[in-house]
Ligand binder design. Structure first.
Ligand code: SF4
Ligand code: SF4
Length: 427
């Protein structure tokens, strides 16, 4: 089986080599090397689909050097479906085992197959991490120099560990919560995996905002990871299993929408129809699902945001476009509209707001040098705005920018836009 050879050839041959995507590609702009560009990568993928190239290490390295930020897809006049090409290319890289080594296999197995597979395992790991951080052991270990004994990949991972919340989503959100006032909609809420451990407060804020906007909120407590990390990291078949499982948790006929507040998940969730198109049991439900999945900002603008009455203490806010929101889902106006509705906020533009911050799923763990270059570029732009708050609609971006600002000692708050709206309602 070859993922690229089996892909519809019309997708593989869409690129007409015009190069208009090149100035928008963060890896190309940093290196100026053709193979690090969308055009170069698509040429490699096509060579494999045509049987002119074997998927060896150089190909796999290139596919993992790509951020999957999809800026090229936005820029492309030919409508290249880079999302699909990227997922198939990473799956091809994994199929070839060109990067396979015992530590890499072990790490991927533990993270992608064991921990994320069952929600209780993820939460158990979260509890242990919370305990480790809460009793000060993390600080002690970091200060002791013990971490120098770890391989570099684990050191990088440790440095980027998110602060785990004391309470996870099921502790904060009931399986069914009523709308405030008259109910006009009934929506399902996705709580995510990393989001559930590190940003369960954002999930609570999302539920509050939905309720304040006339939505009954249904949040199945055992729902797990949506599989976007798997689809974006070469485990395409596993991603299908995760999608089926998630579909089983929601009664779509009784819901007007499925709400996500994580851009990386949202752009994957909207493609369940494609992911499961040939599954006789799930194809129809996956189509229904894809029609109903909405980013929180998209949904609120669609139904009309209730404007908060009370003004915030004057704060200057700038907005970073998460790649999988602006490029993956073409959602740029709605989060800005949401922020503009909050009285007292001075929303200022962020230069290069649609440039990747380097988080890109687990890119900052596997390509730390490039990820850091992109982060520094983002932080420099944030500094020019004079903002005291940065808003972004994706947990990966929140974490990346938070870590970066903390390392620089810059006292800027990093929050999800929905949190600002929830705070305004609570006032
Ligand atoms: S996804 Fe991003 S990094 Fe990859 S080729 Fe496209 S623009 Fe470049
Ligand atoms: S803009 Fe589109 S068609 Fe042009 S080189 Fe890039 S991917 Fe190919």
């Amino acid at each position: 089986m070859s993922y690229l050879k089996d892909l519809d050839y019309s997708v593989v041959q869409q690129c007409m080599h015009c190069g208009m995507c090149l100035p928008t590609c963060p890896t190309y702009v940093e290196t100026k090397i053709e193979r690090n560009s969308p055009r170069g990568r698509i040429a490699l993928m096509r060579a494999i689909a045509d049987g002119q190239l074997e998927a060896k290490k150089a190909f796999a390295d290139e596919m993992y050097f790509c951020l999957g930020c999809l800026a090229c897809e936005t820029a492309c006049p030919a409508g290249v479906d880079y999302t699909q090409l990227f997922e198939m290319a990473r799956a091809e890289a994994e199929r070839s085992q060109a990067l396979s080594s015992p530590p890499r296999r072990l790490l991927r197995w533990v993270l992608l197959d064991v921990v994320l597979y069952k929600q209780w395992r993820l939460r158990l790991m979260g509890r242990l991490l919370w305990f480790y951080q809460g009793i000060g052991l993390q600080k002690l270990v970091r200060g002791s120099g013990l971490l120098r004994l770890l391989p570099k990949s684990l050191r990088v991972m440790e440095a980027k560990t998110p602060t785990i919340r004391r309470h996870f989503s099921p502790d904060l959100i009931a399986p069914e919560e009523p709308a405030e006032g008259e109910a006009s909609y009934r929506v399902g809420l996705l709580t995510g995996c990393v989001q559930d451990l590190a940003y369960s407060d954002v999930n609570r804020d999302t539920a509050d905002v939905l309720r304040a906007n006339g939505c009954v909120v249904i949040t199945p407590p055992q729902q797990g990871c949506c599989g976007s990390l798997h689809a974006h990291n070469g485990k395409y078949e596993t991603a299908k299993d995760y999608a089926r499982r998630l579909l089983d948790y929601f009664d779509l006929d009784r819901l007007d929408a499925i709400i996500t507040n994580a851009a990386g998940c949202g752009s994957h969730l909207k493609h369940f129809d494609r992911l499961l198109h040939d599954d006789p049991r799930y194809a129809a439900k996956a189509r229904q699902w894809s029609e109903k999945v909405k980013d929180i900002s998209e949904w609120l603008v669609e139904i009309g945001i209730r404007v908060p009455e009370k003004s915030a203490a004057n704060s200057r806010v700038t907005y970073h476009d998460a790649c999988h929101l602006c490029h993956g889902q073409k959602i740029t106006a709605q989060p800005r509209e949401l922020l503009a509705k909050i009285p007292g906020l001075d929303v200022v533009p962020l230069p290069e707001s649609m440039w990747c911050c380097g988080s890109a799923g687990i890119y900052n763990l596997i390509q730390p040098e490039m990820a850091d270059k992109l982060l520094q570029r983002k932080l420099d732009h944030i500094a020019t705005t004079g903002a005291t708050i940065v808003a972004a609609g994706n947990p990966g971006c929140l974490l990346q920018i938070q870590n970066g600002l903390a390392a620089r000692g810059t006292p800027v708050e990093v929050v999800h836009p929905v949190t600002l709206l929830a705070r305004a309602y609570r006032r």
